[in-house]
Design a protein. Structure first.
Length: 189
């Protein structure tokens, strides 16, 4: 019997898209000497990494390298988990302003679409416009209906009269590969 070795990939449960930069903590710090700031913000001066780690362990906190480019690197004694949590919350507040995404929604009507179905689709089109989306209306022509293209254009214009919300036309009615197409957007006051 043959035993297969499987590679196990350990992933973090934290979102990798977060903007919290990864800082070196505790034994990850490679400098021999570091400048230490305690949890209240007081300067403790330059000391060896072993002394700084012992000081952080005595306070049951982490030694975090906050200024790696300084000479010697600046470290702070703090609760790293609490620091990351506060940073993520701060990013959610500042960067989390909900941006409304404008989508292109399509409503298709056929040449033979009945009055009730057209009213239903007009109601759906109103919903899309009220959400702030761009609306693309397509009147499809199939087979011999393509010979009646001018009548199809009139049907699309008639359908537009069912839309009661003031709108602006982004693209005029034009002939598409499957019939007539127009793109509209709710008028911004």
């Amino acid at each position: 019997m043959r035993i297969l070795k499987r590679h196990v990939r350990i992933t973090s449960d934290r979102n990798p898209n977060k903007l919290v930069k990864h800082l070196q903590i505790n034994n990850q710090i490679r400098a021999l000497q570091v400048q230490v700031i305690d949890s209240e913000g007081k300067q403790l001066g330059v000391m060896t990494i072993q002394q700084a780690l012992q000081l952080s362990r005595d306070n049951d906190l982490d030694l975090v390298e906050v200024g790696p480019n300084a000479q010697p690197p600046i470290t702070k004694i703090m609760d790293y988990g609490k620091y990351v949590y506060q940073k993520e919350r701060q990013e959610k507040k500042t960067g989390g302003a909900k941006k409304q995404r404008v989508e292109l929604k399509t409503v298709r009507i056929g040449f033979k679409t009945g009055a009730h179905d057209a009213a239903f689709k007009a109601k759906k089109a109103l919903e899309f416009l009220n959400e702030g989306n761009i609306l693309k209306l397509e009147l499809t022509l199939r087979g011999r209906e393509k010979a009646l293209a001018p009548m199809g254009k009139e049907k699309l214009q008639q359908f537009l009269t069912n839309i009661t919300v003031p709108y602006t036309i982004q693209e005029q009615i034009k002939r598409g590969p499957y019939g007539w197409v127009i793109t509209i957007k709710k008028e911004v006051k």
